[in-house]
Write a protein that binds this ligand. Structure first.
Ligand code: TTP
Ligand code: MN
Ligand code: MN
Ligand code: MN
Length: 374
C-alpha cells in the first residue's frame, strides 16, 4: 500500500455515492479532475450519457480525497476508477498532461460547443445547429441578421462579457441583500436564502441563486411578481422570464435523477450598481463606461412545506444531487426530488423542515453545504 493514501492500508471504503463522501471546495487533485471533466463535457456535447456520467463520477471521487494522487498505488481502494480512467491518471502522473484530453480540447466540435453554450439561453440543440452551419465565433453569430434568436439569447449576446465574467462573492452578497430588503418590505417574515454555489462556499460563480418562501401558507405566492415589479421600477431589471409552478401533489417524485423541478421560478439579468469608481471586481474594459454590471440571478419560490427539499436541491452540486437521488432509489427504495421524498416500502411522503431531516430520512450522515462540492 502507498504511503500517501491513508485509505489503502485500512478497511475504510470510499463510497461510490457522493452523498456518502465529504467533498470540500478545495480540490487538491484538480490536475486529474479537470481532465476528467473535459472528457465528460465532450461526451455531453456528443449526447453520450454513459461515458459522460462515468467521467463525472470518477472526477467526483477524486475531489473528495484529502491527499494528492502521487503514484498509481494511491488509487487502491477507490471506486469508479476503471482502466480507462487509470490510463489517463498514469499519463498525467508521467507527463503532466494527457494527449486524449488535449485532442478533445483542440477539436472543432468541442471548441464550438464550449463557446456557444457559454451564451445565456443557448443549449445543446442550438449549439449543434450553429456548429453545423459552420459558425466559429460569437461575433459571426451576433452580426448575422438571419438567425432567429430567442429573447434570452438576444440578451445573452448583448451582455456576453458581463455575464461571462465571474460573479464574486461580494457581488453576490450585494445583490442578495438588496433583493432581501425588497422582499422583507413586502412580506416581513419571508425566508430569503442565498443558495447554489455560494452557499457551498464558492468565492465566485456563474450566477446568483436565491430561494424565497414564507412560513404562512400561500403567502409566498405573490412574492415573485411583486418583487419583479419593484426591481423593474428601480430600473435594475434587464431581463426576466417567469416560469409559473407546475407542481402536482398527486404525482410521485420523479424517477429521473436529472429531472427539472416544478416550482415557480424566474431567470433574470439584473443590474448590479457599481459602488465607487474602480472598486468593482471582475470588470472588463467595455463595461467600465457604465456604472453597473449585468449579473445573472435565479429566483425559486417553493411552498414552505417543500422548502427543505428545494434548498437541498438548489444548493447542489449537481453531482451530489444526482447521487442523492440514485442513493435514495437504489439503496433505500425511496424517490427524492426537489419537492419531497417518497418511501416506496411504506407508501408515504416523508416530511422535512430542515436539510438535517432529509439526511436522517435517508439514513445518511449530515453533510454541511460546504461539504457538498462533489
Ligand atoms: P447552478 O446555478 O447552475 O450551479 P451552481 O450554483 O452550483 O454553480 P455556478 O452557478 O457558479 O455555475 O445550479 C444550482 C443548483 O440548482 C444545481 O444543483 C441545480 C439546481 N437547479 C434545480 O434544481 N432546478 C432548476 O430548474 C435549476 C435551473 C437548477
Ligand atoms: Mn449558481
Ligand atoms: Mn451555472
Ligand atoms: Mn442558477
Amino acid at each position: 500500500a502507498s504511503f500517501n493514501n491513508p485509505l489503502a492500508s485500512s478497511w475504510v471504503q470510499v463510497s461510490q455515492y457522493a452523498c456518502q463522501r465529504r467533498t470540500p471546495l478545495q480540490d487538491i487533485n484538480g490536475i486529474f479532475t479537470d481532465a476528467f471533466e473535459i472528457l465528460a463535457e465532450n461526451y455531453e456535447f456528443l449526447e453520450n450519457k454513459g461515458p459522460c456520467r462515468g467521467f463525472q463520477r470518477a472526477s467526483s471521487v477524486l475531489k473528495s480525497l484529502q491527499f494528492p494522487i502521487a503514484t498509481m498505488n494511491d488509487l487502491d481502494g477507490l471506486p469508479l476508477l476503471g482502466n480507462e480512467m487509470r490510463t489517463i491518471i498514469e499519463e498525467i502522473l508521467e507527463d503532466g498532461k494527457c494527449s486524449r484530453v488535449l485532442d478533445v480540447m483542440n477539436g472543432e466540435r468541442y471548441k464550438s460547443f464550449k463557446l456557444f453554450t457559454s451564451v445565456f439561453g443557448v443549449g445543446l440543440k442550438t449549439a449543434e445547429k450553429w456548429y453545423r452551419m459552420g459558425f466559429k465565433t460569437i461575433e459571426e453569430i451576433k452580426s448575422n441578421p438571419d438567425l432567429k434568436l430567442t429573447k434570452m439569447q438576444k440578451y445573452g449576446f448583448q451582455y456576453y462579457e458581463d455575464i461571462g465574467s465571474f460573479v464574486s462573492k461580494s457581488e453576490a452578497l450585494a445583490i442578495y441583500e438588496h433583493v432581501r430588503e425588497v422582499i422583507w418590505k413586502l412580506v416581513p417574515d419571508a425566508v430569503v436564502t442565498l443558495t447554489g454555489g455560494f452557499r457551498r462556499g464558492k468565492e465566485k460563480g456563474h450566477d446568483v441563486d436565491i430561494i424565497i418562501t414564507c412560513p404562512r401558507e400561500d403567502k409566498e405566492k405573490s412574492i415573485l411578481h411583486n418583487t419583479i415589479s419593484i426591481l423593474k421600477n428601480q430600473e435594475l431589471l434587464i431581463f426576466y422570464d417567469i416560469i409559473e409552478s407546475t407542481f402536482d401533489n398527486k404525482k410521485l417524485p420523479s424517477k429521473c435523477v436529472d429531472a427539472l423541478d416544478h416550482f415557480q421560478k424566474c431567470f433574470t439579468i439584473l443590474k448590479l450598481q457599481k459602488k465607487k469608481e474602480g472598486t468593482m471586481e471582475s470588470m472588463n474594459s467595455d463595461s467600465k463606461i457604465r456604472n453597473w454590471k449585468a449579473v445573472r440571478v435565479d429566483f425559486v419560490i417553493p411552498p414552505y412545506k417543500q422548502y427543505a427539499y428545494a434548498l437541498l436541491g438548489w444548493t447542489g452540486s449537481r453531482q451530489l444531487e444526482r447521487d442523492l437521488r440514485r442513493y435514495a432509489n437504489h439503496e433505500k427504495n425511496m424517490m427524492l426530488d426537489n419537492h419531497g421524498l417518497y418511501d416506496k416500502s411504506k407508501n408515504v411522503f416523508l416530511e422535512a423542515y430542515t436539510e438535517q431531516d432529509i439526511f436522517k430520512h435517508l439514513g445518511l450522515e449530515y453533510l454541511e453545504p460546504w461539504e457538498r462540492n462533489a
